[in-house]
Design a protein around this ligand. Structure first.
Ligand code: BGP
Length: 469
């Protein structure tokens, strides 16, 4: 069989600073919004960081980065996606000059990656707005955030632009409507947030994202800047045309973000939605010009699909991921209710490619599960056949999409090492190929153990996907 994965395909893994690094006050860093979210997105934030928040220590990448990167190299990673903690570089977010000690940490991370020949892929903002910006400005509702973000992004491009080619502006930019604090640093509680403030915040983020693309290309035209979208293919619950339309409407809530990033203007259906909500956005001429700076590629996360129906009586919510959605009766789900749908990944890849004709990058995909550490032949491990099956089934569909003609640059598994969960702030929701001895109550030695999936992924990468059959 001809191998479908092209030469140079970027295999790897993805993490985020707030879930992985720890060291939340080390090297001049100040708290981010995550440091006051001990229960994830389900509960209101605390006023100050509290000891029960697992993210304060994460799984200690801040001190263990060299050893962890060596393990990724052993798996054969070609690319490593990580985020830079905004509050490590600009601890408050609105200062004029960056924190040199924070920048030096990422110099060292990049040194290690270079040593192992691993390409970095950097998320500029991954759910970790500096807490000061959230509390003082109400996050992205305030237009001044654009200038703060521009200064931060410019600092990164100037510092690392000759070492980092691939950049993502905002993690899952479309999630802000569902998780305004986590995604938009918006301190006002979701139920009190007006539609005008929400959509104005979204507009500010979109302008900031396009502005980062503009700045990056001015500094170095070879830099590749991508948007990052939480994807969730949505199927009609029945063949009723009203359900089909409802599914299309739901998908457009996510497509809108890609449309703006790829086309440089707001699509008509989005403007209609704003009109119907009675939202009048403040959009300046300069904003309009900046938005025309479109992305070089589209990246996305994919975990689950959902169903939609126009019939309110049938709207039984699935847990889905951040976006929720209605459960699909033909699929099974993870222990956290995220429906498992490998074919959905092929659907997304084809839809995005057909729609935008921009190279794609899968920057998150994975299975969160409760793992059990066991001893096999004197070695501690996890027999995670369920994770291997998830990986192989999804990659088989990726192969199909490539054969369909989709241009795909790479695949980074979410959380190749166990990290703290974004939505629930638990450690027991594990995605890793590497087990970390840390638990929901904060106990554990932080020791690392290879799971069975470690070798499975290593073999897939070594064969450039041919071993998938
Ligand atoms: C995405 C986020 C990640 C990540 C992942 C898994 O939405 O970009 O940060 O954590 O989902 O989600 P969770 O950790 O909630 O299981």
């Amino acid at each position: 069989m001809i191998n479908r994965f092209p030469d140079g395909f970027l295999w790897g893994g993805a993490v985020a600073a707030n879930q992985y690094e720890g060291g939340y006050l080390e090297g001049g860093k100040l708290p981010s919004i995550q440091d006051v979210m001990p229960r994830g997105i389900m509960s209101p934030p605390t006023d100050e960081p509290t000891e029960d928040n697992l993210k304060l220590k994460g799984v200690d990448f801040y001190h263990r980065y060299a050893d962890d990167i060596a393990l990724f190299a052993e798996m054969g990673f070609k690319v490593f996606r990580f985020s830079i903690a905004w509050s490590r570089v600009f601890p408050l977010g609105d200062e004029e000059t960056p924190n040199e000690e924070g920048l030096e940490f990422y110099d060292r991370v990049l040194d290690e990656l270079e040593k192992h020949g691993i390409e970095p892929l950097v998320t500029i903002s991954h759910y970790e707005t500096p807490l000061h910006l959230a509390k003082t400005y109400d996050g992205w509702t305030d237009r001044r955030l654009i200038a703060f973000y521009e200064r931060y992004a410019r600092t990164l491009f100037e510092r690392y632009g000759d070492r980092v080619k691939y950049w993502l502006t905002f993690n899952e930019i479309n999630s802000v409507a569902h998780a305004p604090l986590m995604s938009g640093g918006i301190w006002t509680p979701k139920e009190q947030l007006s539609a005008t403030d929400l959509y104005q915040a979204i507009h500010h983020e979109l302008v900031a994202s396009a502005s980062a693309t503009k700045i990056a290309h001015e500094i170095n035209p070879d830099l590749m800047i991508g948007c990052m979208i939480l994807s969730m293919p949505t199927y009609p619950l029945s063949p009723d045309p009203a359900d089909v339309w409802e599914a299309k409407r739901a998908e457009r809530e996510n497509y809108a973000f890609g449309d703006i990033h790829c086309r440089g203007t707001y699509p008509g259906y989005y403007l209609r939605q704003l009109r119907e909500l009675g939202v009048e956005l403040e959009i300046t001429d300069e904003d309009r010009e900046i938005l025309t700076h479109t992305v070089d590629f589209v990246s996305f996360s994919y975990y689950a699909s959902a169903c939609a129906t126009a019939d309110p009586a049938k709207r039984i919510k699935g847990e889905g991921n951040l976006l929720g959605g209605i459960a699909n009766p033909t699929l099974t789900a993870s222990e956290w209710g995220w429906q498992i749908d490998p074919v959905g990944l092929r659907v997304v890849l084809n839809d995005f490619w057909d729609r935008w004709q921009k190279p794609l990058f899968i920057v998150e995909n994975g299975l969160g599960a409760k793992d059990v550490l066991v001893e096999v032949d004197g070695v501690m491990t996890v027999e995670d056949d369920y994770r291997i099956a998830y990986l192989r089934d999804h990659l088989a569909q990726v192969g199909e999409a490539i054969a369909d003609g989709v241009e795909l640059w790479g695949y980074t598994w979410w959380g190749p090492i166990d990290v703290v969960s974004a939505s629930t702030a638990q450690l027991s929701k594990r995605y890793g190929f590497i087990y970390v001895d840390r638990h929901d109550d904060g106990s554990g030695s932080l020791a690392r153990y290879k799971k069975k999936s470690f070798d499975a992924y290593r073999e897939i990468i070594a064969s450039n996907g041919a071993s998938l059959g």
